[in-house]
Ligand binder design. Structure first.
Ligand code: GUN
Ligand code: ZN
Length: 427
């Protein structure tokens, strides 16, 4: 693999800015990052790094901002073609748009086509790692991992399991079938190249207790895997869950009772939590994922960013419930939802959530999500003046935060100047 030296503006996060403040973030006006063997080998002032590595070819990104590739902690690649479907709330949206589309993924060719399109859209938007749900079809998992592998991406995914009659017949497996398929897929893909298998019950309303038990047993057998599911996204969904699990203390209890609560659990949405649920998530060290464009698009509610003090929090598009593939747009939505709850998230906090924060939620923070020596060289270079509207606002900036915030709020794929995946430029 060719060594390469990138120069440009640079932001390095030495710690979580929520906890450590802005002192934990270093801005270098003329910085450099040395890429060697798919990893970051040196970081620092451009002149110094160049002097230390005089023979390495330089790619000068000028005033553009060198960041870690974005990390999308929760998405549904099979919903790519139904993104922006009008007028429904969660349960109707699943039945009207999502489930009919997911039925198509029994066809490996269709699954491969959508997986390729989805990952190309992702990289075009500066995202270099995603944790995606697939469909109940093992073919959909093979298609996703195959497409990620051929692009050299770090990616996480799992077969979405559903065996209750609340899901359409064509999208139902069984408790044993979900266990067998998930185990076979896990054995095929987990730890291969940059891929990780994630045990994925869709959510308790579409699984029987027997299926949750079976997947809890699989997780106990493979404790190094993550487990992802949905939790307390919408008030109607919680009422539905209560009817299906009358003995449960709360929504989280439907997972806890079946071995599906743990440190490597990643719970999407988590908007309408009871105090006991927050306590238990905090006690076990689990992660929750904020999906702001989805939460406003489907009308789910306003995530409480105050949970950051006690839980790992990731940021995610949740496509196709989310209305964008872009983590820039997702950061903007997180900012807007924060404002509605009385918290103005700082650009440093938004960028941290979209990179190291999401990596931490996925237990990958020692591997991706920061510009630092030893990390994998997944890098997104932002043009901070990608449209006339953004450029005229950024021209007034007094510091890096004023310069980057217009791109966070108004930017899209036009702001993505270059993406490097494991040190190799893409596109
Ligand atoms: N809850 C269960 N399945 C889904 C899904 O596909 N999208 C969203 N947003 N919520 C869900
Ligand atoms: Zn989801």
């Amino acid at each position: 693999m060719t060594d390469r030296l990138l120069t440009g503006q640079m932001l390095e996060f030495e710690a979580d800015p929520f906890a450590a403040g802005l002192g934990a973030v270093r801005h270098t006006r003329r910085g450099a990052v040395l890429l060697h063997d798919g990893r970051i080998a040196a970081v620092g002032d451009a002149d110094m790094v160049r002097a230390a590595h005089p023979r390495v070819p330089v790619t000068d990104h000028g005033d553009h901002l060198i960041l870690p590739g974005f990390v999308d902690a929760h998405a549904h690649y099979p919903q790519t073609a139904i993104i922006a479907s009008w007028g429904k709330r969660l349960i109707d949206w699943l039945n009207s748009y999502t489930f009919p589309e997911e039925m198509r993924f029994d066809d490996p060719a269709y699954a491969a086509d959508v997986a390729a399109r989805y990952l190309d859209l992702l990289v075009a938007n500066g995202t270099t790692t995603v944790s995606s749900y697939c469909t109940i079809h093992p073919e959909s998992v093979d298609a996703f991992f195959g497409a990620a592998q051929s692009r050299g991406l770090r990616a996480l995914a799992g077969k979405t399991c559903m065996d209750r009659d609340t899901a359409p017949k064509a999208l139902r497996d069984t408790a044993q079938g979900a266990y067998d398929d998930s185990r076979a897929l896990l054995e095929r893909w987990h730890g291969v190249d940059r891929l990780s298998y994630v045990i994925t019950p869709r959510f308790s309303p579409t699984s029987t207790a027997a299926q949750l038990d079976a997947l809890g047993a699989l997780w106990a057998e493979h404790p190094d895997c993550l487990m992802q599911t949905h939790l307390s996204e919408q008030v109607d969904e919680i009422a539905w869950m209560r009817g299906l699990y009358p003995g449960a203390r709360d929504y989280l209890d439907t997972y806890e009772a079946h071995g599906l609560l743990g440190a490597r659990g990643v719970y999407g949405h988590a908007i309408h939590l009871e105090p006991r649920e927050v306590d238990r998530l905090a006690e076990v060290g689990a992660a929750v994922v904020h999906c702001p464009t989805s939460n406003s698009f489907i009308g789910s509610g306003l995530f409480d960013m105050g949970l950051r003090a006690r839980l790992r929090v990731g940021l995610a598009t949740d496509t196709g419930g989310g209305s964008s593939f872009s983590m820039l747009r997702t950061m903007a939505a997180a900012y807007e939802i924060g404002q509605l709850r009385g918290i103005a998230l700082h650009p440093a906090e938004l960028l941290w959530l979209a990179t190291a924060g999401s990596a931490r939620a996925l237990h990958l923070d020692d591997t991706i999500g920061r510009i630092a020596v030893g990390m994998e060289a997944d890098i997104t270079v932002l043009d901070l003046a990608s449209t006339p509207a953004i450029a005229q606002r950024a021209a007034r900036a007094n510091d890096i935060w004023e310069a980057v915030f217009p791109t966070i709020m108004m930017g899209d794929d036009r702001a993505i100047a270059q993406v490097y995946v494991a040190g190799t430029p893409v596109g």
